[in-house]
Design a protein around this ligand. Structure first.
Ligand code: NAD
Length: 306
């Protein structure tokens, strides 16, 4: 893939995928798109993308295929299913999966595609939809460094931070580790702040005091005070996706013979959060835990935003 215009086929133009794809268009590339959602396709078309009739047509007309799909079965269906990337893609085709899935699926898909000469890397994304719009996502890449070098100029249109993490599947492994940390930290904060508030400590005081100790961290001292602690639970990163990632991390651990006590407990907290607030931000965890104890974990008395 030399410099200049690349024919890019983008599958999965949802919350994250649409703004990511539009940055490729702005970067001067030719973009064709495919999704099950007609409304998303219409928006992409209005912005200058071409709507592909189906996955096969998209793959045939592309030098580089990118997927940004919800979960592992979706990626498997597009990559290995009937008239998917494996059956239609020509040798030399480049494929970047940017969805958050599990490394075992990534490696299985990559091995199958390699038999057909199709070169795959995984490049899941961190940060949220505002960063997707601004082209300032953080990418964690797994796979051959030569393939990575070929697609890097395209990835740079979507991200300001890109880290090569090793072999194929290591990008999604890193992503699952990161989200496991996030969910565990927010779950712990929810319980700790609820204990404190029930015991009579103001939230502002707990945040301030713990900020001067070893518990200083971005969630407690920056992200939640700017959003969830003000009652803003607009996604962001929806509860149901956070639960999916927690499940994927536990599945990965299970495949390696590990049982995770904390991870299982956080999954149960996320199950409850999805039951109550499926499409709100996953930091609704603090509403679930606080609400269960009759406490409003808030810095102000303002309106709740969802
Ligand atoms: P989303 O549900 O908004 O978008 C997914 C899109 O894929 C939808 O438009 C859907 O119609 C489409 N789709 C599903 N199956 C399809 C199929 N078979 N063929 C064609 N299109 C199909 O999800 P999202 O928030 O954009 O997230 C995508 C991925 O990125 C997920 O794996 C998520 O965990 C991850 N992620 C999300 C965020 C975030 O803040 N939202 C941040 C980082 C990573």
């Amino acid at each position: 893939m030399g410099p200049g215009t690349v024919r890019i086929g983008f599958i999965g133009i949802g919350t994250m995928g649409l703004p990511m794809a539009l940055n490729l268009l702005r970067g001067g590339h030719r973009l064709s798109v495919y999704d099950l959602n007609a409304d998303a396709l219409r928006q992409a078309e209005e912005a200058g993308a071409t709507r592909a009739a189906d996955v096969a047509a998209l793959v045939r007309g592309s030098d580089l295929v990118i997927t940004m799909l919800p979960d592992a079965p979706d990626v498997e269906a597009i990559a290995l299913g009937q008239d998917g990337i494996e059956s239609v893609g020509r040798p030399g085709l480049l494929y970047v999966d940017m969805s958050t899935i599990d490394p075992m699926t990534t490696r299985r898909v990559g091995a199958r595609l390699a038999e057909r000469g199709i070169r795959m890397i995984d490049s899941p994304v961190a940060r949220g939809v505002d960063n997707a719009r601004a082209g300032t996502l953080a990418l964690m890449v797994g796979g051959d460094v030569g393939v990575f070098a070929e697609v890097e100029p395209v990835l740079r249109l979507m991200a300001d931070t890109i880290t090569h993490c090793g072999e194929l599947g290591n990008g999604v492994a890193m992503k699952l580790v990161n989200n496991f940390l996030s969910a565990g930290i927010v779950g712990t904060i929810a319980e700790a702040m609820t204990i404190g508030m029930k015991a009579g400590l103001p939230l502002e005081l707990m945040v301030r005091v713990s900020g001067g100790t070893g518990t200083n961290n971005a969630w407690l001292h920056k992200l939640l005070p700017g959003k969830g602690f003000l009652g803003d639970f607009r996604p962001g990163f929806m509860s149901h996706l956070a639960r999916k990632d927690q499940r994927l991390a536990l599945k990965l651990a299970g495949e390696m013979g590990m049982t995770l006590t904390l991870g299982e407990a956080v999954l149960r907290m996320l199950d409850e959060t999805v039951a109550q607030y499926p499409r709100d931000d996953f930091t609704s965890l603090i509403r679930v835990v606080g609400g269960g104890a009759g406490v409003d974990v808030r810095l102000d008395g303002g309106e709740t935003k969802t």
